[in-house]
Structure formats: structure tokens, C-alpha cells
Design a binder for this molecule. Sequence first.
Ligand code: C5P
Ligand code: C5P
Length: 486
Amino acid sequence: MFFFHSAFFLFCLLEDACVSLFFCVLPIKTVFVLSEESFFNACTGVRSEIERMREPVIVSHYDADGLASAGVSARALRKMGKKFRSIVFRKLGEQELACLKGEREIIFTDFGAGSIDLVAELKAHKVVIDHHQGAENNSVLQANPCAHGFDGGREVSAAGVAFFVFGFPELADLALVGAVGDMQAHSQFGLTGLNRKIIKAGEECGAVKASKGLKLFGRNFRPLAPFISYSTEPFLPFLTGSDDACKRFVESLGISLQENEKWRNYLDLSESEKKQLATALIVHAYSLAGEFSARELVGEVYSLTNQPEGTELCDAQEFSTLLNACGRNDKPELGLNVCLGEPNALHEAKQLLQTHRNNLREGVKFAQAHVEDFHHYHFLDAREAIADGIIGVIAGMLYSTIDRSKPVVAFSLDSEKSIKISTRATTRLVKNGLNLGAMLRTACAGLGWGGGHNIAAGATINASSSNEFLLAAARELKKQKTIQAS
Ligand code: C5P
Ligand code: C5P
């Protein structure tokens, strides 16, 4: 009975997605026709402004989408024959903006909307390419889907906005890297909304290909046992972290790990072996970690056909993980070089990836042991334990094992010993009206500053304000729930 249930579930995951996608995309197109037009007009306005720039500096956020959006902009500027420089920040606050006082021409990517009035005060010639909730300011040209009725957390990333601004279809590959890096792909339908337009443009020019498959990292190059044991999203109980257990798991299915002394990877398997392995992993995840983890295993995957064959860069998910590894481990310039296809950058980034994945594994273990139920939210105090660069990723990963009925609020410390807050929610909570960006903006008033998306947001507050913030967060979340209920 259990197997029937799981097999049916697998069937739904693998076979129904195209049909669902069809139903899912159509209404979005119909509802947003007018907003699309105004959004594309804003993109054109920003592009015209950039055309007038001589040698802009691209100022971007440090995560995968931040680097991918800087990458789209840098590659586009090259195509336009323009020189550029690049600066990457972890956040865009008063301190960072002060560093930009001497700049003459600035393109902000993946932030700016949340601090638009401060950006406006800069004397430089500037534009903002962003997808975060924020305000408008008449003195700054901004391309931002949130201002035109779209959900910037779900329907298009900053790299996608940059794609629409510059309008080169071959840059669709990096635009998808940004979207996948920001976790915009729905577990069942894949990317939706404006992201679908990017896929279409990319497929038409031969730069990308969307298909269904197992989503674990390393499909192209990793031997089967580490391919499974390295899975942190989802975390696979008894398999993640243990090559030996994964070897036994694969062998128990009658699938051989080697062929002519070569370790086989996922792409070496026959179609029936691929299905067999996917089914077994789904049953495993479903029974030990729940439906959410099982759903995370299979979905739409995006191949990037212009990237060097047999490398991580051929897959949007793997590319984005590499960028996160660079940005979140203090090597953002390396990530940008990967986007620009600079020789040797990939090799160096891969070494960093190893460290990144180890940090994530250790971080998840700590988080699972220390997360507490604070009634309106799950609270993880990881000050001193988890670096501020990866606390957000770990907060999201916690959902593979904790109850999904409330958001996660996590603390770490930044380099100045202030409290870095990362919050994460689920699509269902957001559909029910939860907005973490709005919650943080209010809860942090007077304590620091914060913002972001409805589904994922962050903030920095001073070290002595933890209790005050925790109470304010509970109050705001309770208020949002009361409004939703009425
Ligand atoms: O700054 P930016 O918009 O690029 O970052 C969004 C963050 O939110 C990313 O770290 C992304 O992984 C996270 N996110 C998430 N869960 C979602 C959507 C986004 O953790 N469902
Ligand atoms: O840092 P973290 O990954 O948790 O951030 C989640 C989202 O919140 C990102 O999109 C980030 O850009 C945004 N954020 C923000 N203001 C802050 C911190 C984070 O808008 N002070």
C-alpha cells in the first residue's frame, strides 16, 4: 500500500508537471498583461539610461542571484562595447553607500529598492535593477517587477530583471542561474511567471533547455555514492554524509557503481536505472523526511547548452551553488569571473564549493539540534555557531525536518558582532498572507534595518536588541495572522 502511494506520488511528480505547468502559466499571462507592459517599459528606460553611461560600476549583492545579475550586466556591457568595474556587498546600508560617494555611474543589481531614498542621495548617475519589495523614488530609474504587480520573490530574479533590461537572449542562461539560486523554482511546476519568458527566449536561441529529472547536485560529473551523500537540499536521513550507506543503497537496487573500472555518474545510467534510482530515493525521502523532501528530489532542470561541456556550469542549479559558494565565502569576484567564463575561475570555485558544502552540512546538524519552537515562529540562535553568510541558506534547509506551519527566524553574528537575522517561510504561508519582508521592516524599527521578500527576508540589528526584536517579531507575525484570519 505504501509503495503504491509512493509510486503514485512519483508519477505525479514526473508525469503531471507539464500539464500543471500549462494550467499554471496561462492565467499568469492573462492577469498581468498590463503590468507586463509597464514593467518592460521600465526596463527599456533603465537600458536607455545605461546606454548613456561610459564606464559604470556594477554594485551587486553577494549571493548567487546577486552575482548572476552582475554577470548578466557585465556580459551585456561587454557586448555593448563598454568598460565596467564591479563591487560586491553583503548588504546595502549607509556604510556601503558611503563607500560609493566618489563614483560617477552606478548600476545597482539585486538590491537598491530597500534603500532607495539613500540611493537617491548619491550624486552619481545611477539605475537600480532589483526584484525586492521597496519604495519608488522619482529621482532614481528602477526596473523592479514588484512595482508592476509581480512577486519578485517568485516570478523573476534580479538576474532575470537584468536580462529584460539588456535584452540579449543568449544571456538567458545566467538569468536562469539567478532564478534557481534564489529558489524561485516551484517543486512541481519549475520556474513560473516572467521566468517562463526567459526559458522560452533561451530555448529559441539554443542557450538553455528545460527538462524533468532528479535534481541532486552533480548529475553531470559526480560518482553515484557521493552524488547521493552530498545531498543537503533535501537532507536525506541516513544517506546524506555517508558514502558507504549510499554505496549500499545503490547496490541494493542492483545498480552497479562501476563500469569498466570507471565510477558511473547519474548521466551514465540507462533510462530504467535512472527511474529506479529516482523512485527508491523518493520512497526513502518520503518515508523518513516527509513529502516536502521527496518533492525536492525531482523537478524541472535547466541545462545551459553554451557552457563548457561536462562541468557544473551546464546546469543552472549547480552553477548557482558554485556562485553561492563564492559569494557566501568571501570570494564574490571569483563568482563573477565564473559568470564571465574566465579561464581557471571554475577550478578555483570548485575548491571553494567543497568548503561551502561542508559548512552547510555542519550548520544543518547544529540547526536541527538547536532550533526552538517560539509559538509564532521557529527560532534558531546560531550566534557564534553559523557564519552570517550561510545562516539564511541553513534557515531554509531546516524545513526538510521541522513543521512547516510557521516561519523560521535565525540569528548569527556579522563581522561587527551585530546580529544578522535571516528569516524563511513556505509558499503556503505566503499564500495565506505572510510577508517576512514587511514583518522585518516593522519589527526592526529603532533596532536596525531589514527587508526582503515575502518568503525570505533578512535584517541587521545591534547586539543588545535580541529580546526586543524577538518580542516584536512575535507581535508582527501575530498581527499578520489576525489580518489573514479576518
Ligand atoms: O537577495 P535575494 O533576493 O537574492 O535572496 C533571496 C534569498 O531567499 C536567497 O538566499 C534564496 O535562496 C532565499 N529563498 C528561500 N526560499 C524561497 C525563496 C528564496 O530560501 N522559497
Ligand atoms: O541574508 P538573507 O539570505 O537571509 O536575506 C534574505 C533576503 O532578504 C535577501 O533577498 C536579501 O537581499 C534581503 N535582505 C534585505 N535587507 C537586509 C537583509 C536581507 O532586504 N538587511
